[in-house]
Design a protein around this ligand. Structure first.
Ligand code: ZN
Length: 312
């Protein structure tokens, strides 16, 4: 089998091994988007596990001959940026704005998965995996602190859906935009589309202006992970409708700002990010249910991104 609808074997292998080891786990990140939203053929596979089972997860996965545990402090995975030496002044002629690097290098540098949130642990995947290269494990308290529970085993609930669920939108081969459902693989739990979007927005709030630029990947997930933004009328897109109709109320203004159903015909009256920054302000002020047990903010670069006007 080939193509995007074959699914993601490292995700299925990881879920099966962690389920057997008694480790509650959830697929997150680009492959969660690829399953429930839009296909992104990235080599990194990301899971969230409950905090007190992280060591058990590592121990279980170490028994697989298809992945190799890595604790090398010099591994590129220990940096949020895949190309830390490639900064814009190095590849753009400041006088002419001409690019001074090859199109292939430019594509790598501009890739939406250039940055990532640093994992708590990671494995390198067997080269036989082809396009897959990295498995990242994150503690739930850093990524999905607001999620009430991750059940053990292949069961869904109001927040989580299985990769084999027939209600998952069609793969690209079958007229959709994603890769699912993964009917030939072990069932993998992941966030339902609206919860996945909310998770990214909340992490975007936490990583806003982070000095390591980890916000970049969250910005990209918002802009390209959800749907084909070039489609003119999104209101007929089933993924768009599912997310919009199932978002919790506190996310509606952010959604409307980032994803208007039809292209705007009038200029914006304010910065596209201001609704997100208002949500962030409430989150940090302890005014949201998601403020409870919120993870600490990373090191911030106050000049990195826009700020709300002082008046707000
Ligand atoms: Zn490594």
């Amino acid at each position: 089998m080939s193509g995007s609808n074959v699914g993601c074997w490292p995700a299925a292998l990881t879920a099966e091994m962690l389920d057997k080891a008694g480790v509650p786990n959830v697929l997150w990140g680009w492959w969660s988007f690829s399953l429930t939203n839009v296909y992104h053929p990235f080599p990194e596979v990301e899971f969230v596990v409950v905090d007190d089972k992280l060591d058990a997860a590592v121990a279980a996965l170490k028994t697989s001959n298809r992945m190799r545990f890595c604790a090398d402090p010099n591994c590129p995975e220990t940096r949020a940026d895949k190309y830390p030496n490639e900064r814009q002044p190095r590849y753009v002629n400041q006088a002419t704005s001409q690019h001074m690097i090859s199109p292939a290098m430019a594509a790598q540098i501009m890739a939406t998965n250039r940055f990532h949130i640093l994992a708590d642990q990671h494995f390198h995947l067997d080269a036989r995996g082809g396009r897959f290269s990295i498995l990242r494990l994150y503690r739930k308290s850093r990524m999905l602190w607001w999620l009430p529970e991750i059940p053990l085993g292949p069961v869904g609930n109001d927040d989580l859906i299985l990769s084999t669920d027939p209600s998952i939108p069609a793969s690209r081969e079958n007229g959709g935009m994603g890769t699912g459902p993964w009917t030939d693989l072990y069932p993998v739990k992941t966030l339902r589309a609206a919860r996945l979007y909310e998770s990214v927005i909340l992490l975007f709030c936490i990583h806003w202006a982070a000095a390591d630029e980890s916000y970049d990947v969250l910005d990209n997930m918002v802009s390209t992970g959800v749907m084909d933004t070039k489609k003119e009328d999104k209101s007929k897109n089933p993924v768009y409708v599912e997310i919009r109709d199932n978002l919790k109320p506190e996310f509606k203004a952010v959604w409307d700002s980032f994803h208007p159903p039809v292209p705007r015909t009038t200029p914006r009256t304010e910065n596209i990010n201001f609704p997100l920054l208002r949500l962030r302000k409430k989150l940090l002020a302890g005014e949201l249910s998601q403020s409870l047990n919120m993870p600490p903010l990373p090191l911030i670069n106050p000049n990195a991104l826009v700020r709300l006007p002082d008046i707000e």
